[in-house]
Design a protein around this ligand. Structure first.
Ligand SMILES: [Zn+2]
Length: 406
């Protein structure tokens, strides 16, 4: 299922190919979010055209609407959204737990909570028990129960290529004791997910276990061993990764270092992380796939990704200073937006005017930027030059898409 091509000599980085039911995915790869069955503002042909081979569908949202039964009637998520390539679905757990703990989603991923609070949280967790998690739907206020078995059943109806087991996502502020008990329950849920899948899972669907353990090195190590020992074909790293980027990169490295020892051949997915510097750091510690809302969400907020590490790799086109700028989003960028000659001034205007085309044009640019970054990193690993290329990227000295143009 996973074939490793090149292993870096001076880091845990590797290139490879995931062979999945709906096709191959070259790794390391970024996986754009198709949360509700669509990569926001794009269609599948756009996404493929940017070089992406896999997208991520969200079990929690698709469970509430339109519901797995309806998607199954259409022949599964691939047919429903007309995406021919591989799809990964999450378990739904992250959204349920984020909803319950208020701004915990931001805390888990060490982001600051939004100033406006969380507008979408009409829902709430009612109870976390051994059985699963009972919550109130944000759509209709009805009570729902998400269990390891029901999460797998929904993902079976969706027909994804990769399904993720249900885990509890603990926020950063909980005690070590709570994290330890929660991680053990997550391991029991892993066992239940795998038994359900063994009996009823669709043929060809791969299940990834999830390493938890918060920011405790020994709990992370133990969790990585338990997940690897469960025999699941792939491993995801989730949960609280710390309070800042340095700690996050450290926690991920603890997990991959153990996985390198106990399951070196199995693919690794890092859940919900994907800012540019995180992608570079994640690849260096041996992550194979990433998913994250950042590139697409920034686009909808008028922010373009650019090779400027000092500016957090971003330029905010919503700012008034771009009003009369005739500069492209990014000089020599091969994305459809820049190729068409769109200016910063025009994108600024579209954003201010609330024109959805603006979000689409920036989504195309941002996802193209990330696709080219991943292509450069893959080429660098294969050429034995990752340290050099990563260093140049961090110094803002590497032209993006160098590999693609070479
Ligand atoms: Zn562009």
């Amino acid at each position: 299922m996973f074939e490793i091509r090149t292993r870096a000599r001076d880091s845990l980085a590797r290139t490879g190919t995931l062979h999945l039911a709906h096709g191959d995915v070259r790794t390391p790869a970024f996986v754009p979010l198709a949360t509700r069955g669509a990569v926001k503002t794009l269609d599948p042909l756009d996404v493929q055209g940017l070089g992406y081979e896999m997208v991520l569908g969200n079990t929690f949202h698709l469970l509430l609407s339109p519901g797995p039964e309806l998607v199954a009637q259409f022949g599964g998520l691939h047919e429903f959204m007309r995406w021919p390539g591989p799809i990964i679905t999450d378990s739904g757990g992250f959204q349920v737990f984020s909803m319950g703990h208020g701004s915990v989603a931001d805390e888990i991923k060490s982001r600051r909570p939004p100033k406006t609070g969380r507008a979408q949280t009409g829902g709430a967790i009612l109870e976390i028990s051994e059985a699963g998690v009972r919550f109130r739907s944000y759509l209709d206020g009805g009570e729902r129960l998400l269990t390891p078995e029901s999460s797998m059943a929904v993902q079976a109806s969706l027909g994804s290529d990769i399904a993720l087991v249900l885990d509890e996502c603990t926020p950063f502020h909980v005690t070590r004791d709570y994290t330890a008990r929660s991680t053990e329950r997550t391991h029991r849920w892993l066992g239940r997910c795998l038994s359900w899948h063994e009996q009823y899972g669709p043929p060809g669907q791969c299940v990834y276990g999830i390493v938890q353990g918060g920011v405790e090195p020994d709990l992370r190590a133990e969790s990585a061993e338990v997940v690897a020992g469960s025999g699941c074909p792939g491993v995801a790293i989730g949960g609280s990764l710390g309070q800042d980027k340095a700690q996050m990169h450290e926690v991920v490295k603890w997990s991959t270092a153990v996985l390198e020892r106990v399951a070196p051949e199995r693919p690794r997915h890092l859940l919900g992380i994907g800012e540019i510097d995180d992608l570079i750091a994640g690849v260096e510690v041996g992550i194979d796939t990433f998913d994250c809302a950042v590139p697409t969400r920034l686009a909808r907020h008028g922010v373009a990704l650019v090779p400027d590490p000092a500016g957090r790799w971003r330029v905010d086109l919503a700012k008034a200073r771009w009003r009369d700028s005739r500069a492209p989003v990014l000089e020599d960028c091969p994305c459809p937006t820049c190729r068409a000659g769109h200016t910063r001034g025009y994108l600024h205007y579209l954003y201010r005017a609330g024109e959805t085309t603006g979000a689409r044009l920036l989504t195309l640019h941002n996802l193209s930027f990330v696709a080219r970054l991943m292509e450069d990193l893959r080429a660098a690993i294969d050429a034995g030059r990752l340290a050099e290329v990563a260093g140049a990227l961090r110094a803002g000295a590497a032209p993006m898409g160098a590999a693609a143009q070479a």
